[in-house]
Design a binder for this molecule. Structure first.
Ligand code: GLN
Length: 290
């Protein structure tokens, strides 16, 4: 079969399910992965033949796209903060908002890197490892640890650390059941589950049906459960002047600010994402020395 035929069949089959630009983008992503051909190469070689095996891969991907499986899970990888990451159904697909959180942390610590006094970072609920690994990569003089409740997620995170050539101290822990953490840190970061059950109806099928529920959702009654637990642990496990960073639910910035103030945190700062939504927060325990 010719590429041009494969492409037109692909578009026809998925046209009612996704907007046409999205179908086009799926085709390009799959061609890059399965045929090793860029969008331009395809446009220039419409008559190039696709083998039966290659065609079969596309047909399998179509079946998965029909049930709204995210393209990142189909090809098993994605990009975050300019780095490659493996993902599967045990890990959330890294979001652009989270890149903004990493950028915020990076901009604060990139000029404080010292080989003598390595800064200690901890990422709680690491999933694919995207936060921990990008910080370790771009802040090479820091020591990064990361935990997750799920062994399956930690396996992927470990592979991602190897692929990106960074060393992370990964460990398994249920943060909600944790009484302590292994040591003290200069920076504790978390992007915990924060989507309330009541917000589920605003979510897309690809997220609802395929991404790990345990990484996304919290009950309506206590949506700040993870934040409360983590901030209490952080009080005992942050070094003096240590900082806490969270990704947050855009609707809960006030409640969370109150909670952190109540726990004794200072310099609480909320930051918006590129869509203008309250998406990140940072704070510390001590007032900086004047
Ligand atoms: N921002 C993600 C979403 O809306 C949620 C991430 C999370 O719950 N930590 O899909």
């Amino acid at each position: 079969m010719k590429i041009s035929e494969l492409k037109s069949n692909f578009k026809k089959t998925l046209s009612g399910l996704y907007p046409s630009e999205e179908v086009e983008s799926f085709f390009n992503i799959l061609s890059e992965k399965y045929l090793n051909l860029s969008r331009i190469e395809i446009a220039l070689n419409p008559d190039k033949t696709v083998s039966e095996m290659e065609d079969e891969k596309f047909q399998k991907a179509i079946l998965r796209l029909k049930i709204h499986e995210p393209i990142q899970y189909i090809i098993g990888e994605t990009e975050f903060y300019g780095l490659p990451f493996k993902v599967n159904k045990h890990t959330l697909i890294p979001r652009p908002e989270t890149e903004e959180l990493v950028e915020w942390i990076y901009s604060e610590f990139s000029n404080q890197q010292s080989t003598i006094n390595q800064q200690q970072f901890l990422d709680i609920g690491t999933g694919s490892g995207c936060i921990a690994i990008s910080l370790a990569k771009y802040l090479p003089n820091s020591k990064v640890s990361a935990l997750d409740i799920f062994e399956e997620a930690l396996k992927i995170a470990q592979q991602n650390a190897e692929m990106n050539k960074v060393k992370i101290d990964f460990f398994q822990k249920d943060i909600l059941a944790a009484e302590t953490l292994p040591k003290k840190y200069d920076v504790i970061i978390s992007n915990p589950p924060y989507v309330r059950e009541l917000e589920k109806k605003q979510m897309q099928q690809n997220v609802l049906k395929h991404e790990p529920e345990s990484a996304l959702y919290v009950g309506n009654e206590d949506p700040l459960l993870f934040y409360r637990t983590i901030s209490r642990l952080a009080k005992n496990h942050l070094n003096p002047n240590g900082k806490l960073f969270f990704e947050i639910n855009e609707y809960l910035a006030y409640e969370l600010t109150d909670l952190l103030r109540g726990e004794g945190f200072k310099n609480i700062q909320v930051k918006k994402d590129i869509f203008g939504k309250d998406r990140m927060i940072k704070c510390n325990l001590n007032e900086p020395a004047k």
